[in-house]
Design a protein around this ligand. Structure first.
Ligand SMILES: *Cc1c(COP(=O)(O)O)cnc(C)c1O
Length: 381
């Protein structure tokens, strides 16, 4: 075990070299955009003349959308009656879709990081809604909204990517739709989708694709809610969930999607399904994050940021470093060696490393990463 005494004072002015044999095969550990497997990029190149640059209204591209919808239905084990809808704009845009089309009068939010705070801010700012009820926890904790007589949507993230925390997903009350932000969770954490009405995400995290798209598993109650709420207020067409549903059922999007994003996503879904589905993918992330948390606990100069082990994310591990060990220096030495994006969420402002271990990341590369960090810290003399 490395002790703090071995680390020595910071800073030093001699650059640190990490031996090549310690480096991971792939150095991408970012929380989003995240590692895209080379096989996905090869598959994209192979359709470079047939799918890319062709109409999204014709059968070949619609076939990719159909593959994505069927693949997600299988991977997430959607209950009967649930369906996958998609549209352009990513999860941030979906907050506005949900605000306009799913919240009838008032939402309750669990807020425990930057992303959950943003959705709560969106419903709070909507002039046609009553003030949102917010249950919050400080960074590193988890908050699920409490039952409330007077709300019709319960919203929280399954994984708060900004802090590396994960929350349980289960119905909190018998009133209200359960709307879960699974942007970084879907595909990397187990879930029982029946516990939600809307399980929404974007493909640049556990699904190893590019950003700019939102996807949502919708219950019949969610579809019915949108159909009932939308006629009662002005909803821009680009934010209309019923319009998105109509298009999705035809394996299309309202406006032009990024075809490459869909191809990369379809490839990742096939890869997950061929290897054993969600249990396999989530197990791979749990193996990687388990290693990171154990590694940190065995170091005097590293501590998991999230105090309660049950709250520690299995897909995004946040590790605080002792003040004597500069996390920005460690991250910049790693970056100079092609090991990138382990910087913490910028607004958290901690001396921290944030390591995303989505299913695409090889657990062996995670072991290599921690060996590299050990090497760098040992040489911060
Ligand atoms: C990344 C992220 C978002 C934002 O996703 P965009 O597609 O960039 O809008 C929202 N929620 C969570 C939990 C995220 O991790």
């Amino acid at each position: 075990m490395l002790a703090l005494d071995d680390v020595g004072p910071y800073p030093r002015d001699v650059p640190i070299t990490i031996p090549a044999d310690l480096l991971p095969v792939d150095g991408r550990f970012g929380s989003g955009p995240s590692k895209i497997r080379p096989e996905q990029v090869d598959a994209l190149a192979s359709v470079g003349r047939t799918l890319l640059g062709t109409s999204h209204r014709q059968a070949p591209v619609r076939g990719v959308v159909a593959r994505v919808r069927a693949g997600l239905t299988e991977l997430l084990g959607l209950p009967d009656g649930y369906e996958i809808a998609l549209g352009n704009g990513g999860s941030t845009l979906f907050w506005d879709v949900a605000t306009c089309c799913l919240v009838e009068r008032r939402a309750a939010h669990g807020v425990f990081g930057e992303f959950s705070a943003k959705f709560a801010a969106a419903t709070t700012a909507a002039p046609f809604l009553d003030e949102s009820v917010v249950t919050s926890a400080p960074p590193g904790g988890v908050a699920v909204p409490a039952p409330h007589d007077d709300v019709d949507v319960y919203a929280w993230p399954q994984n708060e990517t900004s802090t590396g925390t994960m929350a349980p997903v289960s119905r909190v009350a018998d009133n209200g739709l359960v709307v879960v932000d699974a942007t970084s969770a879907a595909g990397g954490l187990d879930v029982e989708v029946a516990q939600t009405d809307v399980y929404y995400f974007a493909p640049q995290k556990s699904f190893a694709s590019d950003g700019g798209l939102w996807l949502a598993a919708l219950s019949p109650a969610a579809v019915e809610r949108a159909a009932r709420v939308e006629p009662t207020r002005w909803v821009p067409e680009s934010l209309s969930l019923t319009t998105a549903i109509t298009n999705s059922r035809l394996d299309q999007t309202l406006n032009t999607p990024a075809i490459a994003t869909l191809v990369l996503l379809a490839e990742q879904l096939d890869w997950m399904l061929e290897n054993g589905g969600l249990a396999w993918a989530a197990g791979r992330s749990a193996q990687s994050s388990g290693h990171v948390y154990r590694w940190a606990q065995e170091r005097e100069w590293a501590t998991p940021f999230v105090p309660d082990p049950a709250d520690r994310s299995a897909v995004v591990a946040t590790i605080d470093l002792a003040p004597e060990v500069s996390a920005p220096t460690v991250a910049s030495v790693l970056r100079a060696h092609g090991v990138v994006d382990v910087e913490p969420y910028r607004k958290l402002g901690r001396n921290q490393l944030r390591i995303a271990v989505y299913p695409a990341v090889d657990p062996q590369d995670v072991v290599a990463l921690t060996a590299c960090i050990d090497h760098v810290v040992a040489h911060l003399v």
